[in-house]
Design a protein. Structure first.
Length: 281
């Protein structure tokens, strides 16, 4: 990878990661200023066949200088992770895919419907489908011209976007519960504002009985809003296989994501798809 970057030949190279852990030799931090991104920016293609990309960073053995007590504490706190073979990795979590690639993964509470391969996916060489577990959001920061969806899925149990978006870490966060915030959470922000305004008007005009009528109307309006919202969420699909391009000159290059689940078992059919996808021109 270093040689491809130094000689500007990344556009002739394809790198396939055989497991879902990125080595610290090619990605030192969850940020775009890494060797991996330099390779992608120059037109290289990376095929990721494992779980969430850049969720874990594999550490060189000479960089792990911890006693057993310190290691156990870091594992318990979620800073480090350890597999069954006793190998240690740093756990970046969602900061990894978001910081390096600018994509936002979804953690499915249950497997999705079977992935539907798109026309672009078929052109790339996808033939065999699977059940998606780690797709990405197609809207917001993830959605721009450089993202090609090769396969999409419909979640069985959709998760609100605001539950999984990365948030900046704060030193302290104080929440002050109020009657208005409680009402907003129960009825929805817009109906709550309408209810508050109506209550003030009713109080000023002396019509105390009218407050209950406004509350009932606000509840009905909230129910309609929530039903419409979740109906749209049920129809929403996520990108389960995708290509994110980082160099306009080489439109077929970039980070190629396939098989968004733990690759515990790879069939011969899947390997044939992998070969077609990796060498596609």
């Amino acid at each position: 990878m270093e040689n491809a970057v130094k000689t500007y030949t990344a556009h002739n190279c394809v790198i396939v990661f055989s497991q879902d852990v990125v080595p610290d030799t090619v990605c030192h931090s969850p940020a775009p200023s890494t060797l991996v991104r330099a390779f992608l920016d120059l037109g290289g293609r990376i095929v990721w066949i494992g779980d969430n990309p850049f969720y874990y960073q594999g550490l060189s053995k000479n960089k792990i200088i911890l006693n057993d007590v310190e290691k156990e504490k870091l594992i318990a706190s979620g800073v480090l992770a350890q597999n069954r073979a006793g190998e240690i990795a740093r756990q970046w979590g969602l900061d990894g895919p978001y910081g390096v690639l600018g994509v936002i993964p979804i953690f499915m509470p249950a497997p999705s419907d079977k992935v539907k391969i798109t026309r672009d996916g078929k052109n790339f060489g996808f033939r065999n489908s699977w059940y998606s577990n780690r797709p990405i959001i197609k809207k917001g920061l993830t959605l721009h011209k450089r993202l090609s969806v090769l396969g999409h899925s419909k979640p069985i149990l959709p998760i609100p976007t605001n539950k999984i978006l990365p948030r900046p870490k704060e030193k302290s966060e104080v929440t002050v519960p109020t009657a208005f915030s409680s009402l907003s959470g129960l009825l929805g922000l817009v109906p709550a504002i309408g209810t508050a305004v109506a209550a003030v008007i009713s109080y000023v005009t002396g019509g105390f009985a009218g407050i209950y009528g406004y509350l009932i109307l606000a509840s009905i309006a909230s129910a309609i809003v929530y039903i419409a919202y979740w109906s749209l969420r049920q129809k929403e699909t996520y990108a389960s296989a995708w290509l994110k391009n980082f160099n306009d000159k080489y439109s077929q290059s970039g980070f190629l994501r396939i098989w968004d689940f733990e690759p515990r078992e790879v069939t011969d059919e899947m390997l044939r798809d992998l070969l077609k996808v990796a060498v596609h021109k």
